[in-house]
Design a protein around this ligand. Sequence first.
Ligand SMILES: [Fe+2]
Ligand SMILES: [Fe+2]
Length: 219
Amino acid sequence: MRLNADFSKAVVIDTTAMPWEASPMAGVRRRKLDRIGDEVARATSLVRYDPKSYFSPHTHSGGEEFLVLEGIFSDEHGDYPAGTYVRNPIGSTHKPYSEAGCIIFVKLHQFDEKDTAQLSINTHGEEFQPGTAPGLTVLSLHSFEGESCALVRWAPGTVFNPHTHWGGEEILVLEGTFSDENGHYPKGTWVRSPHLSVHHPYSKEGCLIYVKTGHLPAD
Ligand SMILES: [Fe+2]
Ligand SMILES: [Fe+2]
């Protein structure tokens, strides 16, 4: 399968309007955002676990990164409530399940093989730091070489500088509405902007976004 697999193209998806598709596991459904490959894939998805559902034990052959959006995700290593950001590097294994049900935003098979950090951050317990423009606060989640990942909170009325995305930018809107000159992106919108794209973002009502930069191919 190839879905939104041309990383030189901008993609905007209102994920809340997508159906939840069946996965190979009963009680686990997903919304596919981008994908190259079939069941073992370089993929970005939202995954929903029904209460008392589980997924088969597996090894992350290309690494796994996820943010818990709702509910509580669990595996044999721990419980990860909404707001938890987890990185499981290449070669890690687990058997995921959810007692109460959950929704996660997950990126598979996108790790640099030298990026071996395993981490779990409950973002609700962390303090955001002042950002590079008035009204912006930032919680850095991870960075490795040219790639970085953060939660960014925009106070109502914040306007950021026009800028160019070296290595692209990927955003999932977690709260409120994020905007730029191309449109408005309410909660649940996923925006992927290619290498060397430019925009002038702002937020009238305020928002919280997950943002990853520097990870999309330059050619
Ligand atoms: Fe996994
Ligand atoms: Fe940007």
